[in-house]
Design a protein. Structure first.
Length: 561
């Protein structure tokens, strides 16, 4: 790109100042990309150049991120040939070329709360602190979100004295300011009003949640009823960068097949966190953000690399621990029941000073370091987060438990579904005197072993006519002799359910459109409980949160032709 002494000969925009953004890791680059636009909005006086530093172990994905954002990038070694007015970085571990321009270091998490491996030695260091050699030059400025972080720095790095800028935390301000759009985020993620969204957050490294409990996600999905819960995961960008998306998707294949909302490595985690009803996390910044915003929290891991005396330790002192070998459903239900909105209010006060003003304070600091008058436009305020794209694939097979209770006039059929991809072959929810268990598959299930073993098969998309539905039922029962019944909705009408012995039932629900797999489960339960299939009115209880009235009628004959 045009930089250097002759750059003006090719440039269209001729800024008064040059701001160089250091792009070293995905995490730090994302923080800069998210923070800068509202600060520099409409100001042609500042030319922004992105310099790529490839020396990090977590550099994979940085160039792709910059190119996707439309940034022009120069190699880090070219930085020594220009004279920037300010270097901005959200990564403290950069080799700044000699010169006298200031260096503004933004945190890419919450403060200085983790010990990380030092790439310059075999020891660990405090995350977020620039090398002492840069502090000694008097060029470095460290943005902090709370005065307590300055006190912490002085205790461990005396050379940081006078080198901090209290600005607050723009990310936390966005999370809090986006709460009014929570419903829109949930809808975008496919979370129904009656469902709870459980988000699992993992930082990186061996002491992280996924480092210690890589099987937690499929276990959660196997124990939380499918129709009452959605489960999502926020995985630190360093995990994506170090291991690659292929490895992550391969390790979590069962969870993904079970409907896991695996959030992309950048941007989307913030609206997902706002949408969450429960957060299961570790000592990472995302966990602290969620707790400080008032989300019920269960700690599944807490590493020794967390720094004592910081806000994340305050959080850990208040948060209940998740017993990963215990009943996960009961623990999630309990943390919601016992949570109070102000539980982590003191933690937030210890982590984030002057909430709501971070962007304004940061803009003032940025222009002071650039030696430019601040724009006359109003100070920027926290932006509302964008609606995320749905990151989950549809679930195509379930282990279904059904139970019939109540009086004989209008019995209640309770249906709970668990994705088959995360249930053991010997059934995690076996038959009991009060309930029955069966395998149900949609017609787009890719694992033929599941389809061939299923007791119930159903068509995901409705047929255009009853005749079409009945033909599909007949063909399906003929193709899969191990199945007991097959079901298909009819567009704009009822659900037709065919039994292997030729009987046909018509099921209708009084509420909104019901998944044909649920109506088929009602018929299956009636057959197991009563035997004969007669006209009946009953109540369908989906998990513990939703009731619908269902009417079943016998269809005496099959249409032909």
């Amino acid at each position: 790109m045009p930089v250097g002494r002759d750059a003006h000969r090719w440039s269209t925009f001729h800024g008064e100042r040059t701001l160089v953004v250091a792009a070293r890791t995905v995490t730090s680059t994302v923080r800069a990309l998210e923070t800068l636009p509202p600060l520099l909005r409409g100001d042609s006086r500042v030319t922004v150049v992105f310099a790529y530093d490839p020396t990090s172990a977590f550099n994979a994905g940085v160039l792709e991120l910059l190119h996707a954002a439309g940034c022009r990038v120069m190699p880090w070694e070219q930085l020594g040939h220009i004279a920037p007015d300010l270097i901005l970085s959200a990564s403290e571990n950069i080799d700044v070329p000699e010169g006298d321009c200031p260096v503004l270091v933004l945190p890419h998490g919450v403060g200085f709360q983790k010990f990380v491996p030092d790439s310059r030695s075999a020891h660990d260091r405090l995350s977020g602190v620039v090398p002492d050699s840069l502090l000694e030059t008097g060029r470095a400025w460290l943005a902090v979100s709370h005065p307590a972080q300055e006190e912490q720095l002085l205790a461990t790095h005396p050379k940081a004295a006078g080198r901090t800028l209290l600005v607050g935390d723009p990310c936390f301000d966005e999370l809090v300011g986006s709460q009014p759009r929570r419903k829109a985020y949930r809808e975008a993620l496919g979370v129904a009003e009656h469902q709870r969204l459980v988000m699992v957050s993992s930082t990186w490294g061996p002491t992280s949640l996924l480092g210690r409990h890589p099987a937690l996600l499929p276990r959660l999905l196997s124990q939380l009823p499918y129709d009452d819960y959605r489960v999502g995961a926020i995985v630190h960008p360093n995990v994506w960068s170090a291991h690659g998306s292929w490895q992550i998707h391969t390790l979590q294949a069962a969870a993904l097949d079970a409907g896991l909302l695996l959030m992309p490595a950048i941007h989307a985690w913030r609206p997902a966190l706002v949408a969450a009803d429960v957060l299961i996390g570790d000592h990472g910044s995302v966990t602290l953000y969620g707790a400080a915003a008032g989300t019920p929290l269960l700690l599944a891991a807490f590493g020794s690399d967390a720094v004592p005396g910081t806000a994340v330790h305050d959080m850990a002192a208040l948060a209940p621990r998740l017993d990963t070998r215990g009943n996960l459903f009961q623990q999630v239900e309990e943390v919601v029941r016992e949570h109070t909105p102000q539980r982590y209010a003191a933690v937030a006060e210890h982590a984030f000073a002057e909430p709501g003003h971070a962007l304004a304070r940061l803009r003032t600091a940025l222009y002071r370091l650039l030696r430019l008058p601040e724009p006359s436009s109003p100070p920027p305020s926290p932006l509302v987060l964008p609606v995320p794209d749905p990151p989950a694939s549809p679930v195509t097979s379930w282990e279904v438990t059904t139970g019939v209770t109540g009086d004989s006039e209008v019995p209640t059929v309770t249906v709970r579904r668990f994705p088959a991809a995360v249930c053991a072959n010997d059934a995690a929810h076996p038959d009991s005197p009060a309930c029955f268990t069966h395998l149900a598959c949609a017609d787009d299930e890719r694992d033929h072993r599941l389809t061939e073993s299923a007791s119930v098969l159903f068509r995901r998309h409705p047929a255009s006519t009853s005749v079409g539905a009945l033909r599909w039922i007949a063909d399906t029962l003929a193709q899969y002799p191990g199945s007991l019944l097959a079901a298909s909705n009819v567009h704009g009408g009822c659900c037709l359910i065919g039994l292997r012995d030729g009987r046909i039932a018509e099921a209708t629900a009084t509420g909104p459109a019901i998944d044909p797999g649920l109506l088929a489960a009602v018929v299956y339960a009636c057959l197991r409980e009563r035997g004969p299939l007669d006209d009946a009115r009953m109540r369908l209880r989906i998990g513990d949160t939703r009731d619908e009235d269902v009417v079943i009628r016998r269809r005496p004959t099959l249409p032909t032709g």
